[in-house]
Design a protein around this ligand. Structure first.
Ligand SMILES: [Zn+2]
Length: 279
């Protein structure tokens, strides 16, 4: 069993799963009216739950993608995540770890968010499992009126208009969504990085979906040997009621975030060397 500190965080990062879960209950609030345009059938914007009715939802991969970019940007500023590309267009060049074909598989971002070694230009013989897990964010209120419209789509490349079906959904400002973000086998350094980036998350967006500005608040956390919380069950509760069952992030004693990136970076490299995965 790996060693833990007084509150139950691991002292060192591990490669094999240990079975500690730190669950953060996160509230996202839209600051502006957001228009969500979508012409891709897999873009899910609302979902009809049997018990909750029709709700706005944000798929986890969207939040994860945004967080990952933020973590990469931050560590790049600290000169972390530089490596020599072994394959691909950038072969032979010293580059910074970036999505999606140029993951280094040995930096704090890769350690937390995961990656596949073989398909990366780092061309390493191992994969990293994501240590950050999440689920769909669900709005605390039901969707009043949905107007999926059929609009004339403009091809960005040719500027020609076409008859593509496009659905447009408006999310009113102040809509709030609840989600649970889980960090597997967390160390204080990993928690410091994840908390910092969750709290800085102020914009969500993707190519086909414009979510606009958001305010992010971590309502609290639970640290345990299993995953217990679910947005589906929390979404109809009062915030005070949710907070009562959780511990406050503000009361955690965590390393400064820059120190956390540097320490985790050294720890991950040492761990990979120990396992003979990194020369
Ligand atoms: Zn990396």
């Amino acid at each position: 069993m790996s060693e833990m500190n007084e509150i139950g965080l691991l002292k060192e990062p591990t490669i094999l799963p240990v079975g500690r879960y730190m669950e953060f209950v996160v509230k996202l609030k839209f600051l502006d009216d957001a228009i969500i345009r979508s012409n891709e059938p897999e873009e899910v914007l609302t979902h009809r739950y049997k018990e909750l009715g029709n709700r706005f939802i944000i798929p986890w991969r969207k939040v994860k993608g945004r967080l990952r970019r933020m973590v990469m940007e931050k560590q790049r500023g600290l000169e972390i995540g530089k490596f020599e590309a072994k394959e691909g267009e950038l072969k032979g060049e010293e580059i910074f770890c970036h999505l999606k074909d140029n993951l280094c598989l040995q930096c704090p971002s890769c350690f937390i968010f995961g990656g596949t070694g073989e398909t990366s230009s780092a061309n390493v013989p191992y994969n990293v499992l994501a240590r950050i897990l999440g689920e769909t964010f669900i709005s605390t209120t039901e969707v009043g009126e949905i107007k999926p419209l059929t609009a004339i789509a403009v091809d960005e490349r040719t500027q020609m208009t076409g008859r593509a079906l496009m659905s447009i959904v408006a999310v009113p400002a102040e809509t709030e969504l609840i989600g649970v973000v889980t960090l597997r086998d967390p160390t204080a350094e990993m928690v410091s990085i994840v908390v910092d980036n969750l709290q800085r998350l102020s914009r969500l967006g993707a190519r086909t979906v414009e979510w606009g500005r958001v305010k992010t608040e971590i309502l609290g956390y639970r640290l345990s040997d299993r995953e217990e919380l679910s947005a589906y069950e929390l979404v109809n509760k009062e915030y005070d009621e949710i907070k009562k069952e959780l511990k406050e992030v503000e009361n955690l004693t965590l390393p400064e975030v820059e120190e956390a990136y540097n320490k985790l970076n050294n720890q991950v490299k040492a761990l990979l060397k120990k396992e003979n995965l990194l020369k």
